[in-house]
Design a protein around this ligand. Sequence first.
Ligand SMILES: [Fe+2]
Ligand SMILES: [Fe+2]
Length: 475
Amino acid sequence: MSTINYSEKIPNNVNLGEDRTLQRALEGWQPNFIHWWDDVGPDNSTNYEVYLRTAVSVDPQGWAQFGHVKMRDYRWGIFLNPGDANREIHFGDHKGEKAWQDIPGEHRANLRRIIVTQGDTEPASVEQQRHLGLTAPSMYDMRNLFQINVEEGRHLWAMVYLLHKHFGRDGREEAEALLQRQSGDVDNPRILGAFNEKTPDWLAFFMFTYFTDRDGKFQLSALAESAFDPLARTTKFMLTEEAHHMFVGESGVSRVLARTAAVMNELKTDDAQKVRAAGAIDLGTVQRYLNFHYSVTIDLFGADQSSNAATFYSSGLKGRYEEGKRTDDHVLKGQTYKVLEVHNGQLVEKDVPMLNALNEVLRDDFIKDSMAGVGRWNKVLEKAGVPTRLTVPHKAFNRQIGALAGIKMSPDGRVVSEAEWAAQKAEWLPTPEDFAFVASLMGRVVDPGKFAGWIAPPVMGINRQPVDFEYVRFG
Ligand SMILES: [Fe+2]
Ligand SMILES: [Fe+2]
């Protein structure tokens, strides 16, 4: 079961060859996917041979193999974690019943919505990142970008397989629509806000992969608990790929900080203009990028109180992060959770039914996980003897979704007037000047082992290759 069949047109470990109708439908979708990749995937990269990992098994020990491939020829396919025929639903109203191999009619609409919303984010990020290869700070970084891009493409395949297999004609239409919406398109945008924002430069890319791919981790973890077993198994496998995306973000920002700290020490200054003049990114700019990506990403978890969230949980469609490790009753009726609300312009805590607050529960888990990495970034500054620290802004800062969208909040958690917001905004969120400055640093570095001046080299290479390995061969 865990071996992947690569002799078929669509690599898979789901015995696709035994279901001719499904196989034909997916083989019909495949060329449309390649068109999409050619149109809005990595710009100008068709002839590159990239040192990519390809999944060869779903066995956690040695699941991937590395080699130079053209991205267009990447073996995108369908891989589910091994199933357990006796698996039981372990939360919600169906707790203790057998997990579903197909979808109960009454949950079809909600599951379709969940799968489409997840699926939509995958191609969206490829679109957002499509020009970054042109300004990669090194061959190593370029390879990491492309690795993420092909894996987001595979995640799209994962969701399209579920749509085709379990949702009939509706599913096939949704699979087409996933290739038609486009990030930032005025008429036909991607479903969620953060996936219509631009990722204009590599600092934004690292923040995106640190924060927004981490949203992916939490959503996928919640879906990996699902009573709908094929969804649980496919999202579990996606999580193994996701870890690398967050690593790229975390190590990327660490390397930016290491370089900035070195310049600050060399020049004995914390003056932003002097740091910039020396070709490094000042810490104020890094903080503003962090504030932006963090606040936009926590909006992705949705409204703090949501009857949909309650329905998704009680009906077994979507669990909590690490549901199995929690020691409560996994039904949550009669339990409460604290959310923030705005009263007379001030924030107050309020107890609400936990089931309705499950978006907030997942957001709070995400926040904890995010803060841990920001702590590791601060260690880089500490080790270099730089006293400045990065901080995560208040949960209510710059929110567009939920109860907190109604107020203006400073990053340090003060409710502020519209006038103060307007006056301080340039201190808190990236300005056009910040973007222009960061853009001015973006130039392509392609010699193996060479790095742009605004970022330190990584500690080690990919798959135990040296840092100066030829990660990309330009054809
Ligand atoms: Fe993904
Ligand atoms: Fe990802």
